[in-house]
Design a protein around this ligand. Structure first.
Ligand code: BTN
Length: 339
C-alpha cells in the first residue's frame, strides 16, 4: 500500500512537515492558508501543494476552503510522526521518532543509527522486508502491524539486562489489554499470546562491555490489523492478529502511543528496582504454568512441566525425574495441559 512513498527514508519528508503544521495550527477544523504553511516551513507554494497531494494519496481527507486554505477532515491510521506525537503522553519515549514507510528491519535501522540515538528514541516501520525474529527466523511484516524498535541506554551491567525482554513484554501486554479489552498472556521469554495464538514477539539486542551496556534495542512486532487469512498456512497457524481475534480493527496510532507510555513507566521502575517488582504480574500472565512443555535450548531439548519464572527471569522446569531445572534461554512449545 505504501510502496510509492519514500522507501527506506527515516527523514521527515516535506509532506510530513506539512501535516504536522496543519495539525498543530488548524487541528481537524480550522483551515490554514497555503502561504502561511509555506512561510512557516520554508517551502514554496508548489512544494506545499505537492505535500497536500501526497497526503491525500495516503488517505488524508483534506479540503481546500476558498480564500482560507487547507483543512484536514479525517486522518488514516498511519504511524506517521505527527499523528503519533499528537497522542503521545510520555516524557521522552518516542519523542525522537524515526519513521519508515518500508524498511528492511527496524532493529537493524536502530543498530545502524545507534550513535545518533538516546534512551527513548524510536524506529517505526509500516512494513519490513527483512523483519528478524529470534533464532534467525524471518518475521513477516505486512502493512497493518506495528514494527517498532525502542532504543535504550540503561545504566546497568549486561548480566542483569537479560530480563528486559520480559518486562517490556509486560508493558506491551498491559497496553494491548487496556486499548482492546482483550486479555493477553506472556509466554516466556518473549511472546505475547491471546488464547493459544501468538500476536506479538519481542527481539532484544544489546551492545555492552563487562561493566555496562552501551545500548539495548527492544524490537517488537505486533500483529494488529492483519486479516485472518494471512495466518491460515501451516507455518503461521500458531499466530494471529488483534483484528482477526476481535473481529474488528484497532487504531495503531493509539496502540503505539499507549505501548510507549507503558514502556516508559515500566522501564523507570525496572532501572531502579529490577525484575522482582514485576514478577507477580508476569506469573499471573504465564501460560506455561502447570503445562507440559518442551524447551529447545541451544544445546538440548528438555521436557517437563512449567513451574513459573524465578527472580532471575529464568523458566523453571519440573522434569519427569522430579528435579527442577532453571532454563535461561530457549524456545518453548506447549505440549498439553497437566491436570
Ligand atoms: C520473535 O518472536 O521471534 C521476535 C520477533 C520480533 C519482531 C520485531 S518487528 C520489529 C523489530 N524489527 C525486527 O527486525 N524484528 C523486531
Amino acid at each position: 500500500m505504501l510502496g510509492d512513498i519514500g522507501i527506506m527514508s527515516g527523514q521527515t519528508g516535506s509532506y510530513l512537515r506539512v501535516l504536522g503544521h496543519l495539525l498543530e495550527r488548524g487541528g481537524l477544523d480550522r483551515p490554514v492558508s497555503g502561504g502561511s504553511i509555506g512561510d512557516a516551513l520554508g517551502l514554496s507554494r508548489a512544494a506545499v501543494w505537492k505535500g497536500i497531494k501526497k497526503l491525500r494519496g495516503l488517505g488524508f481527507r483534506i479540503s481546500g476552503v476558498p480564500s482560507k486554505g487547507y483543512v484536514i477532515r479525517s486522518t488514516p491510521d498511519l504511524l506517521v510522526p505527527p499523528l503519533v506525537k499528537n497522542e503521545l503522553r510520555t516524557d521522552t519515549f518516542g519523542h525522537d521518532y524515526h519513521y519508515f514507510p518500508k524498511t528492511d528491519s527496524t532493529n537493524l535501522r536502530a543498530k545502524l543509527l545507534a550513535s545518533h540515538l538516546q534512551t527513548g528514541s524510536l524506529i517505526v516501520a509500516e512494513e519490513q522486508t527483512q523483519g528478524q525474529g529470534r533464532f534467525k527466523r524471518h518475521w513477516l511484516s505486512p502493512f497493518g502491524g506495528i514494527y517498532m524498535s525502542l532504543f535504550l541506554r540503561p545504566p546497568l551491567p549486561p548480566d542483569v539486562l537479560g530480563t528486559i525482554t520480559l518486562v517490556m513484554g509486560l508493558a506491551i501486554a498491559r497496553a494491548i489489554d487496556e486499548s482492546t479489552d482483550l486479555r493477553t498472556a506472556i509466554k516466556w521469554p518473549n511472546d505475547i499470546l491471546i488464547g493459544n495464538k501468538k500476536i506479538c514477539g519481542v527481539l532484544t539486542w544489546m551492545s555492552a562491555d563487562l561493566d555496562r551496556a552501551a545500548w539495548v534495542i527492544v524490537g517488537a512486532g505486533l500483529n494488529v490489523n492483519i486479516g485472518a487469512e494471512f495466518f491460515s498456512g501451516s507455518e503461521l497457524d500458531h499466530a494471529s492478529s488483534l483484528s482477526a481475534i476481535a473481529g474488528r480493527d484497532f487504531s495503531r496510532v493509539s496502540l503505539i502511543s499507549n505501548i510507549l507510555e507503558k514502556m516508559e513507566v515500566v522501564y523507570e521502575r525496572y532501572i531502579n528496582d529490577g525484575l522482582s517488582v514485576f514478577l507477580p504480574e508476569i506469573r499471573k500472565r504465564d501460560p506455561l504454568l502447570g503445562r507440559e512443555i518442551k524447551i529447545k535450548t541451544l544445546t538440548e531439548v528438555l521436557e517437563g512441566v512449567g513451574k513459573g519464572i524465578d527472580e532471575k527471569g529464568s523458566l523453571i522446569l519440573g522434569t519427569h525425574t522430579g528435579d527442577e531445572v532453571s532454563v535461561t534461554t530457549g524456545d518453548v512449545s506447549i505440549l498439553k495441559n497437566v491436570t
